[in-house]
Design a protein. Structure first.
Length: 330
């Protein structure tokens, strides 16, 4: 066997070639494999490649050999991720508003490296189809890493929090004073990433947009709020908090048309109380954080739903409707 400068890496190059150039619909012949290795500076004989392919199979790589007429073709069959699974990951990255446009391209390119070049080209389709609003804070990835580290280390954090002004400039809240909280969970809701934490100043559970957090630092002090979070259910919290806007929690009664039962279950889960009242209507009882976002959700459902209790929430809904009427009065 002729020796090349990269001869010791032959089996690794062989694996890379098969992973990158073959899949269920793209195969390579032995001459094509030898030519590809030659382009990598590796000279090999057929017999040694047969042996290397068998070693890769023993290693766990699903290399399939099939004969068509008198020619034998090789391709990689099953992989850690199927193409359909990678497409789901790409769609998730592309649709996530908290991931910046720059990072979106980087992540999709890395996801594409998990399959062949031919299949990876299909993963780029979303990059040119959708023009979604994306975050502008590139530090969110480091923020998430710091927050996970703080949670795992059971320590408090400090950070600054900002909002945008009409000039598209970052303006620090509290005049730049530090927030001090105990981080307990991260949640992806309403296309944004949120930190769920115990606020030391107000002694209550709050949530913060991760992409609006700056200069996160871990403290030496241990976290507080364990009693509040002992019975905390993140899924329940997300269901009752519309658009992650805080509000007073109330057990609200909704009178609905049957056509809206899917919308109610989608929002509050299958555990929501639903009681049929006649052939066309039902009553639902759900705990929600009452806010304008909740009222907006009710309005968006149209004539098929009406808040019937408690009286205070009905009153607030009427005030919101009246506010809208005045706002659009000619």
């Amino acid at each position: 066997m002729a020796k090349g400068t990269n001869q010791k890496l032959k089996i690794l190059y062989l694996m890379q070639i098969l992973l990158e150039r073959t899949d269920e619909t793209h195969s390579m012949t032995m001459p094509e494999i030898l030519e590809a290795l030659e382009s990598c500076g590796i000279h090999a004989e057929r017999k040694s490649i047969y042996s290397d392919i068998e070693s890769l199979r023993l290693f766990g790589l699903d290399i399939i050999g099939e004969q068509n007429d008198r020619t034998y073709y090789y391709h990689v069959g099953s992989r850690r991720f199927e193409l359909a699974e990678l497409k789901l990951l790409v769609d998730s990255v592309q649709s996530a508003k908290f991931i910046t446009a720059k990072k979106t391209k980087e992540l999709i390119k890395k996801i594409g490296e998990l399959t062949s070049h031919a299949e990876a080209s299909q993963l780029q389709r979303q990059m040119y189809i959708f023009e979604r609003v994306k975050a502008m804070n590139e530090s969110i990835y480091y923020n998430v890493d710091k927050l996970h580290t703080a949670i795992n280390s059971n320590v408090r954090i400090t950070f600054q929090y900002f909002q945008w002004n009409v000039h598209k400039e970052m303006v620090l809240r509290r005049d730049g004073d530090l927030y001090e909280v105990s981080p307990w969970a991260l949640s992806w809701d309403d296309e944004n990433y949120y930190l769920i934490a115990f606020d030391h100043r107000d002694r209550t559970i709050k949530h913060f947009r991760v992409d609006k957090m700056l200069n996160i630092e871990m403290m030496r002090e241990k976290r507080e709020g364990s009693e509040q979070f002992r019975a905390f259910d993140l899924a329940v919290y997300a269901r009752k908090t519309f658009g992650m806007y805080r509000g007073e929690e109330e057990m609200v009664t909704l009178e609905c048309e049957n056509s809206l039962v899917g919308a109610i279950i989608d929002r509050f889960g299958q555990g929501v109380s639903i009681v049929p009242t006649d052939e066309n209507h039902f009553v639902a009882h759900a705990k929600v954080a009452v806010s304008r976002h909740f009222f907006g959700w009710i309005i968006a459902l149209g004539e098929g739903v009406r808040i019937t209790g408690p009286d205070e929430v009905v009153r607030q809904m009427k005030e919101e409707v009246e506010r809208l009427r005045r706002q659009y009065e000619v």
